[in-house]
Structure formats: C-alpha cells, structure tokens
Write a protein that binds this ligand. Structure first.
Ligand SMILES: C[S@@+](CC[C@H](N)C(=O)[O-])C[C@H]1O[C@@H](n2cnc3c(N)ncnc32)[C@H](O)[C@@H]1O
Length: 278
C-alpha cells in the first residue's frame, strides 16, 4: 500500500473508537469510514487490525498523527537533525519542526489561513511562485483559485515526506499545474526567468530560522521574477504585542521598498504584507 493511502488515526479518533464510535475519519477529517469490531480490536477498511490496547496507548499519547503497521500504531514523524511531525488541528493538520508550528492554528485553521493569503493577492489566473511549500496549502489554494501554473519550492525533503502522508496535501502531488522544486529558494530563485510570475506568496519560517529569506538581496530576486503590476504577499507574523516583532515588520517593509516594491500594506487578519511591483 502506498504511503498516500495510509489510514491515519489521531488520539481523538482512538478515544472515539474506544467509546464505541464505529464511523470515524481515517483521513484527518476529510471523509468518514466504518471500522468493524474484530475480536479484541477493530478492523480498518484497508484490512489493518488494531487492538483496543494499542488504541488505548495512542488515546493517551501526545497530539500527533499515527498510522498502522502490523497491528501497531506509529507516529507520522521523522527524527534526524530536526524533529518533524504532523499535528492534527480543527481543520488540516499543521507541521511541527522542532516543536515550532509551520501554520497559524489559533483562531483559524491552516487551510483557511492559506486561502486568506491567496485571497489577499486577488489571484486571477496567472503564474504563482510559492517560495516555501511546507504542506502545500498555499500552493493548493493558488491552484484552487485558478492559477495557471504554480512553482513551489521546499528546502527539506522531510517536509515533503510529511506532506505525502497528509491527505490534505494530496493535490500538491496530483495537480499537473503545481510544480515542486526541492532546494533553497534563496539560491533557486536566481535560476528563474525575469518577470515570469504574476503573484508571489512568501510564507517563510520566522526570521531567526531563515534570515536569508528576509534579506534585501532575496527581496531583489523576488522583484526581478515578478511581472510589472504583479503582487507579493509576505507573511511576517504577529507584530505589535512584542516590540521585536514590530521592528521585524518595519525592517521588512523598508527592505521591500528598497527593492522597488510599492504600496506595502500590513494586513492584520493574515499577518503579512501585501505589496506590488510598480
Ligand atoms: C511556514 S512553512 C510554509 C507553509 C506553507 N506555505 C503551507 O501552506 O503549508 C515554511 C516552510 O519553508 C521551508 N523552508 C525553510 N527555509 C527554506 C528555504 N530557504 N527555501 C525553501 N523553503 C524553505 C520550511 O522547511 C517550511 O516547510
């Protein structure tokens, strides 16, 4: 069975089954399926048999996504120099890298937040550059809104492996209009043709983890690949409450202006700056 079709169990689903629910979601809330009682456990639609003791173990465990293998449930996570894991939310899951969430989850869901980001661009056909793929929600939202072509760049193959397990990321791998590049946006952008993109979504990790993606040099590259009249959305995170964040936003705005971007406005609801190439 391919990794894409693995049934996925969260602690909440495990608790539901233990309470007697038999119609549950095995794809993180997208659809529902029936599990059947079978001896000391349940039989999943793919034929996996999971014992109640195993479900009890997961029901008590940390918020994460688990998949079955030979009667046991394993966490969908990768541990190497960093620790990557999928974490369920009210909507699409988020990805944690070393405990840091890659999506906003307070007061929104990762997919709603991605839609908001794309909406801010007033996307209407055209080519989109998505500088940081993550789980692909901004790339998928761009395709859903009618982008003719999306080029999405991700630095880490471990992130794409997490996306492969995630049913909410499926379109990232199936939509012929979405093209994935594995590598560093800072370097790869230099290989992209000038004035090719109508829109850019720049959704980087926080500045302390990806300083180059906030540099004047990189903003000049973004400017170069954008068509005249094209728009850029740059996620900056929550400013204001902490002075440091405010300084970061001011610095971003200043460097965007120095690169040539105009009409920069900070949008509170999606916590980022929208600006355009004059
Ligand atoms: C905030 S997440 C992006 C979320 C994404 N837009 C989505 O909708 O799921 C940031 C992502 O950027 C990736 N990243 C970090 N540095 C990068 C770089 N230099 N080039 C490309 N991707 C990078 C991280 O691995 C992470 O997956």
């Amino acid at each position: 069975m391919g990794v894409k079709s693995l049934p996925l169990i969260t602690p909440e689903v495990a608790r539901g089954i233990l309470k007697g629910e038999r119609r549950v979601s095995l794809d993180l809330g997208i659809t529902h399926a029936l599990v059947e009682d079978h001896g000391d456990g349940v039989l999943l639609p793919d034929g996996s048999l999971i014992g109640f003791d195993e479900l009890e173990r997961v029901a008590e465990r940390e918020e994460a996504v688990y998949f079955p293998r030979e009667g046991r449930l394993y966490m969908a996570a990768i541990s190497d120099d960093h620790f990557y894991k999928l974490v369920p939310t009210r909507g699409a899951p988020t990805l944690e890298i070393d405990g840091i969430r890659m999506h906003r989850t307070k007061g929104t869901t990762p997919e709603a937040d991605a839609e908001g980001k794309v909406e801010s661009l007033r996307l209407n056909g055209g080519n989109v550059l998505d500088t940081c793929t993550g789980l692909g929600y901004t790339a998928i939202a761009s395709a859903e809104r009618g982008a003719s072509l999306v080029i999405s760049i991700e630095l880490r193959c471990q992130v794409l492996m997490m996306a492969e397990i995630n049913p909410w990321s499926r379109r990232l791998f199936e939509d012929p209009g979405i093209h994935l590049l594995l590598g560093d946006s800072y370097t790869l952008i230099k290989t992209l043709p000038p004035e090719f993109f109508h829109y850019i979504i720049h959704d980087p990790p926080r500045i302390s983890h990806a300083g180059q993606l906030y540099s004047l040099d990189f903003y000049m590259s973004l400017y170069r690949v954008l068509k005249p009249g094209g728009r850029l959305f740059h996620y900056t995170g929550e400013p204001g409450k902490r002075f440091r964040r405010l300084d970061i936003r001011k610095g971003v705005m200043r460097r965007l202006r120095s690169s040539g971007f105009k009409n920069g406005v900070y949008l509170e609801d999606i916590m980022g700056i929208i600006c355009e190439k004059g």
